[in-house]
Ligand binder design. Structure first.
Ligand code: AGP
Length: 617
């Protein structure tokens, strides 16, 4: 939510403005309603900002033509005030010497703004952010240096922030500080330092990074970084880390092919990403399995797509002998659980590791009730990893498209590995049986490769239903997660249509009232223990004129015969492959949603009103 990218360098002839603009564009998935850049040049701040997409704002090189030796940019997802030029970041102080960009929400900004206005400060925007430059200005007027002034400022501010501060009179450095909003630092030692909300922003420039912790401030010199504790102003030693993601992960190219959309490229990465997931350290799987088995109560929590991965994962864990796991949306977690029993475990799943509600849920359980936290996270060093006892890192790599897909496939794959390890440790299932399930799970990458070979068929079905404005996605049991995920994908990226994921058995208790001739109903129909009952639901919908689109195994006969359109998932005809087919079934629906959105001409990667990491509660 909001993207920040800044840069300070001692290298001569560097197109600073252009590099910042490009870095911001790599972060546009975090927010894309307005953008701005401030550069320090000859003792002055030059600031340009406007509403709209960065490419449009920069059409005539408006950003790129800015001059300056260092500075910062911001791409916004509006919270306080509509997306218009005056509310775009950076924001400046009264004397226009200080520029600040911010990601997060200040809870006490109204009070601070009132006090600052009474003391004569003039506000130009509706934002909470604008209190930062004015407060810093005051502290500097009281004689503090920039770092001390920023420290005193953030101590006044309640809420979440990741900020970058540039001052026209301090050309040697800029400052970053964070609390509950992500900020990472990239460095080319001795030459250039970058700061960004997410690592992909500087990935094409460097793989050497520092992750800032909560309540830390860092002074960024060209090619050098100093980190301090905000409370004590004590310097903190931190070794840089090497980012494992490949440099071209932030580009739309895969195997030499240029994709139009990140989502399409990322969908094509799924088979290899799943294979990498299965190579995750055995020690991580063991830690999860043992912690879950030792707990008296287990909860699982997340938001959006990650929550549906939770549903798929918990089903597998329970099916393979693990405890019943209570799933709760992270935004509902505290309200549903006014108390958490002793010896509980909270499992959390997140692509970004920065979703505010997920972090709030695990912190609530851990800090108030001593719950252990096991999290499945895609971003190394993200906030969630720091509130966790055990972490499984997913191998999806940077997921740039706002609509999550490869992260989901890796999350479910990882949780399925945990489920099988629980079966092994419990010893109630024959070792040979567990081995066969394991072999079937490992096949997932190959199955997804085969699905991609049928992409044209999926695309033709997407075309056939592209004019539809309502969909039901129905399933039973383990496939509920896929149905919910398939419907969410349609809602996110094909906003022409409303889609609802529903339990098939529940559909006759209300949803069926909407069925008319040609109303599309997507059935997720693997040949598992729910299959025969699902046929009844297909018949009910068909009898009322529903247009039946079924996702079935490629050896299916009954449901495909009843369907208007069929997507075949190429799995083996045995119980091992069927039980381990959660990812392939969901994957076909992600591909279907992608093509529906692409055919309808939507911005697939940056859907209206959405941001990839929801870092506000
Ligand atoms: C998924 O397509 C969405 N972008 C959204 O539902 C997302 O899954 C959710 O916001 C959780 O994000 P996280 O995985 O980064 O925690």
């Amino acid at each position: 939510m909001c993207g920040i990218f800044g840069l300070i360098t001692k290298k001569k002839d560097v197109p600073v403005a252009k590099l910042i603009r490009e870095g911001l564009q790599r972060l546009e998935y975090r927010g894309y309603d307005s953008a701005g850049i401030a550069l320090v040049h000859d003792g002055k701040i030059e600031c340009r900002k406007d509403s709209g997409r960065i490419a449009d704002i920069n059409k005539d090189g408006w950003f790129d033509s800015m001059e300056g030796s260092f500075g910062v940019g911001h791409t916004r997802w509006a919270t306080h005030g509509p997306p218009v030029a005056k509310n775009s970041h950076p924001h400046l102080d009264c004397k226009e010497k200080i520029a600040v960009v911010h990601n997060g929400i200040l809870e006490n900004f109204q009070q601070l703004r009132k006090e600052l206005s009474e003391r004569g400060h003039e506000f130009k925007s509706d934002t909470d952010t604008e209190v930062f430059p004015h407060l810093i200005e005051e502290y500097i007027e009281k004689g503090m240096d920039l770092k001390k002034a920023v420290i005193e400022t953030v101590k006044q501010c309640k809420g979440a922030y990741g900020i970058v501060v540039c001052h026209a009179d301090t050309p040697d450095y800029m400052l970053v500080a964070r609390k509950e909003s992500p900020l990472t630092i990239g460095i080319t030692p001795g030459e250039t330092t970058y700061c960004a909300s997410d690592i992909p922003a500087f990935l094409p420039l460097t793989k050497t990074a520092y992750i800032l912790d909560d309540d830390e401030i860092a002074v960024l010199y060209p090619g050098q970084v100093e980190i301090f504790d905000i409370e004590t102003n004590q310097k903190r030693h931190r070794d840089p880390m090497t980012v494992q993601w490949s440099m071209d992960a932030a580009a739309k190219t895969l195997d030499g092919k240029e994709y139009k959309w990140f989502m399409h490229k990322e969908l094509h990465e799924v088979p290899r990403k799943i294979r990498e997931q299965f190579k995750m350290p055995q020690s991580d799987i063991d830690a999860f399995a043992k912690t879950i088995m030792d707990a008296d109560q287990v909860f699982i929590t997340a938001a959006g797509t990650a929550y549906y991965a939770c549903l798929a994962g918990k089903f597998q864990i329970t099916r393979f002998g693990g405890p019943y796991i209570q799933s709760i949306l992270c935004s509902e977690f505290k309200d549903h659980l006014p108390e958490i029993p002793p010896n509980s475990v909270v499992m959390a799943v997140s692509q970004s590791g920065e979703t505010a509600d997920t972090i709030e849920a695990v912190r609530y359980a851990r800090e108030n009730y001593g719950a252990k936290v096991c999290s499945v996270v895609n971003v190394v060093g993200s906030s969630l990893t720091r509130y966790s006892d055990h972490v499984i890192i997913t191998t999806a790599g940077p997921e740039i498209a706002v609509a999550s897909q490869k992260a989901y496939c890796c999350q479910v794959s990882a949780l399925s590995m945990v489920a099988l390890r629980i079966a092994e440790l419990k010893g109630e299932m024959e070792k040979d049986e567990v081995k066969k399930y394991h072999e079937a799970l490992i096949e997932t990458g190959n199955v997804c490769d085969e699905i991609l070979k049928k992409e044209d068929n999926i695309k033709s079905i997407a075309k056939a239903v592209s004019e539809k404005t309502n969909f039901y996605y129905l399933a039973r049991g383990a496939s509920m997660a896929a149905a919910l995920e398939g419907a969410l994908k349609i809602k996110e990226i094909n906003p022409k249509a409303h889609a609802e994921g529903y339990a098939a058995g529940e559909s006759k208790h209300g949803p069926i009232a909407l069925i008319r001739d040609g109303f599309p109903v997507v059935f997720v129909a693997p040949p598992d223990e729910t299959y025969d009952r699902l046929i009844g639901n297909v018949m009910e919908m068909k009898a009322r004129g529903g247009l039946i689109i079924s996702v079935v195994a490629d050896f299916d006969e009954k449901i495909s015969e009843l369907s208007d359109y069929t997507i075949e998932v190429p799995i083996k005809n045995n119980k091992y492959a069927i039980t381990m087919s959660a990812v392939p079934f969901a994957y076909t629906l992600q591909i279907l949603a992608y093509h529906a959105a692409e055919i309808n001409g939507f911005d697939v990667d940056k859907p209206t009103n959405l941001a990839k990491s929801v870092t506000v509660k």
